[in-house]
Design a protein around this ligand. Structure first.
Ligand code: 13P
Length: 254
């Protein structure tokens, strides 16, 4: 029903791409192309690119995000970055629980929840990723898994804090494969996420939460995906590395 009450958010996730100098160049190229956006525009970049990206995006409508955050405030956690460090660097958003982190770096539903709480307590907006593997889909577990991942990620998150949460439904089988979920599959998955939020917080709250789709979203298929009732935005990998493609996706979101 309430797609119109939700803010559309298009976020790029650069993953491990672009040096700081390349980040500056790409953002400078993107800025004029997305200046008239009717949605929130975010670029989530590698930690080392953050100062350059924040500088390049100054006085534009592009907000900068990180791709991960540690759940402890400080201490002996070699190689990690805290939420406070991100805030001081000018970061506004952070991607949490991306399937690549779950798959390659031992991320669990518990650590996703801890990172989400740390991000929210520091005043960051959290883009929390959930999604099923192809095997889980074929076994018929998609709804159960998406609801479980969503509820686990949001454990101890208050309804007030939920205003700073975006959930990104990213079917693992659609990430970087060129195989996009059909618009109906994306809408269904996003709908399962919203149903899980409704079970935990009530329908009225669930209707206000932005739920993105991610997984091979591109300049060609964005409009059809974003037209769906439960698809309030996109988390874009490969296509966010090309200014014109990313701008086309931004233009498709209202
Ligand atoms: P692709 O758009 O490259 O499939 O990546 C999606 C993604 O993982 C965004 O977080």
């Amino acid at each position: 029903m309430k797609k119109s009450v939700r803010r559309a958010v298009i976020a790029g996730n650069w993953k491990m791409n672009k040096t700081p100098a390349e980040a500056t160049a790409l953002i400078n190229e993107m800025k004029p192309l997305v200046a008239g956006a009717d949605c929130d525009v975010v670029l989530c970049v590698p930690f080392i690119d953050i100062p350059a990206a924040v500088q390049a995006a100054k006085e534009s409508n592009i907000a900068i995000g990180a791709e991960n955050v540690h759940f402890k405030a400080s201490g002996a956690y070699t190689g990690e970055i805290s939420a406070e460090m991100l805030v001081e660097a000018g970061v506004q958003y952070v991607v949490i629980g991306h399937s690549e982190r779950r798959q390659y770096f031992g991320e669990t539903d518990q650590t996703v929840n801890l990172r989400t709480l740390a991000a929210l307590n520091a005043g960051l907006k959290a883009i929390v990723c959930v999604g099923e593997t192809l095997e889980q889909r074929e076994l018929g577990y998609t709804e159960t898994l998406l609801k479980y991942q969503t509820k686990m990620a949001l454990t101890n998150v208050t309804a007030e804090q939920l205003k700073n949460v975006i959930i990104a439904y990213e079917p693992v089988w659609a990430i970087g494969t060129g195989v996009t979920a059909t618009a109906d599959q994306a809408d269904e998955g996003n709908g399962f996420v919203r149903a899980a939020i409704a079970e935990a917080y009530g329908t009225d709250v669930a209707e206000t939460v932005t739920v993105q789709y991610g997984g091979s979203m591109n300049a060609k298929n964005a409009e059809e995906l974003l037209a769906k009732e439960h698809v309030d935005g996109g988390l874009i990998g490969g296509a966010s590395l090309k200014a014109a493609d990313f701008a086309t996706i931004v233009a498709a979101a209202k």
